[in-house]
Design a protein around this ligand. Structure first.
Ligand code: NDP
Ligand code: GDR
Length: 337
């Protein structure tokens, strides 16, 4: 029998890549989707199957992480082998504007899902999308034993979810693991995260549609990897015989300024002629440096990143240049075709 999985956050960057990976592996994939007044499944266009397609393996269900009854009902109905909890208010800057809401959906909702698994009495493995933001102020390199010191309501919420996952593993013998993932990006990255904001602006400046890019703190150091490789790591964590928490990262470091410079250089532009400072993009408390040591994932899961930040910059700039050219030509395209 084919394995089945339920993905929360399937419409997001990681959810869409994970859905593709699991479909490729022969899974029956179920995704929970929030009802929206406009279409929000664009990232799934490449794998979407009309409900009338015979033997289709991708099923979308309406639901919300803040609605525990629906979670129980979905789990009972699907009885999945694996659950991936990727749904979240995932923007760190926005979490300062909506701290309590972020606490609900990014933090408490993980407990709601774990409790739903328990009361629905389904035997499923659970993956929790934990984050390097939990390390916050603790200096790099960070690994699974590094003390946590979150610096945002988002980081605090993710820490609650992290401990909820560990607690359900210890208390109920549930196969529940935390993937502690460092920043990972792609052409499907949301447009307000720094990498995509930059690569999108580079495409527009190159095309003469925009002149200035307004940025916040350029000194922050991040460890940027490539999202399709990270979803493979999530899957491997659930195939390992022992439930354990793992860091996924590239163990390399670049500043936001480095990323900006590389992106402009890739299309022959000088970033200093276009980038201006706007304090609105600063955070009340910043995470200065994240660089992950992924040795445990390499040793236990055989997981290793291949695309490092300089290549990632090129992939993302090229994709945004193509996307803009297609938009200008009036062609209908997928965002990372
Ligand atoms: P995105 O922001 O791209 O996707 C978030 C997803 O969560 C979307 O599908 C969104 O739905 C969904 N969502 C938001 N609120 C709710 C809700 N109340 N109920 C159900 N679903 C909801 O995030 P990524 O794909 O980048 O990240 C996936 C997960 O991994 C997130 O939990 C994130 O915090 C975490 N993470 C991400 C890292 C990264 O670098 N990308 C690093 C470490 C952790 P909609 O489309 O309707 O908005
Ligand atoms: P981050 O990602 O906070 O690391 O969280 P983001 O891309 O938003 O910021 C990275 C760094 O860039 C600095 N920065 C700016 N950021 C944004 N968004 N916009 C700007 O204009 C700007 N200028 C400078 C930020 O201050 C920060 O230092 C991401 C999310 O995906 C989380 O969900 C995930 O958990 C972590 O990565 C790991």
């Amino acid at each position: 029998m084919a394995k089945s999985a339920l993905i929360t956050g399937i419409t997001g960057q990681d959810g869409s890549y994970l859905a593709e990976l699991l479909l490729d592996k022969g899974y029956e994939v179920h995704g929970m989707v929030r009802r929206s007044s406009s279409f929000n499944t664009e990232r799934l266009d490449g794998v979407y199957q009309d409900p009338h397609t015979p033997n289709r393996r991708l099923h979308l269900h309406h639901g919300d992480l803040n609605d525990g009854v629906t979670l129980v009902n979905l789990l009972r109905e699907i009885n999945p082998d694996e659950v991936y909890n990727l749904g979240a208010q995932s923007h760190v800057r926005v979490s300062f504007d909506q701290p309590v809401f972020t606490g609900d959906v990014t933090g408490v909702a993980a407990m709601r899902l774990l409790e739903a698994v328990r009361v629905a009495r389904v035997r499923t493995k659970v993956y929790q999308a934990s984050s390097s933001e939990m390390f916050g102020a603790t200096p790099p390199p960070q690994d699974e034993r590094t003390p946590f010191h979150p610096r945002s309501p988002y980081g605090v919420a993710k820490l609650y979810a992290y401990w909820a996952t560990r607690n359900y593993r210890e208390a109920y013998d549930l196969f529940a693991v935390n993937g502690i993932l460092f920043n990972h990006e792609s052409p499907r990255r949301g447009e307000t995260f720094v990498t995509r904001k930059v690569t999108r602006a580079v495409a527009r400046i190159r095309a003469g549609l925009q002149d200035t890019l307004w940025m916040g703190n350029l000194d922050a150091v991040r460890d940027w990897g490539y999202a399709p490789e990270y979803v493979e790591g999530m899957w491997r964590m659930l195939q390992h015989p022992v439930p354990q928490d793992y860091v996924l990262a590239t163990n390399t470091s670049y500043t936001v300024r480095d990323f900006v410079r590389m992106a402009f250089e890739h299309v022959g532009l000088d970033w200093q002629e276009h980038v201006e400072y706007d304090p609105r993009y600063e955070r009340p408390s910043e995470v200065d440096a994240l660089v992950g040591d992924y040795s445990r994932a390499r040793e236990d899961l055989g997981w290793e990143p291949k695309v490092l930040t300089p290549e990632l910059v090129q992939i993302m700039v090229d994709a945004d240049v193509r996307l803009l050219e297609d938009e200008l030509a009036g062609r209908l395209v997928r965002i990372d075709r």
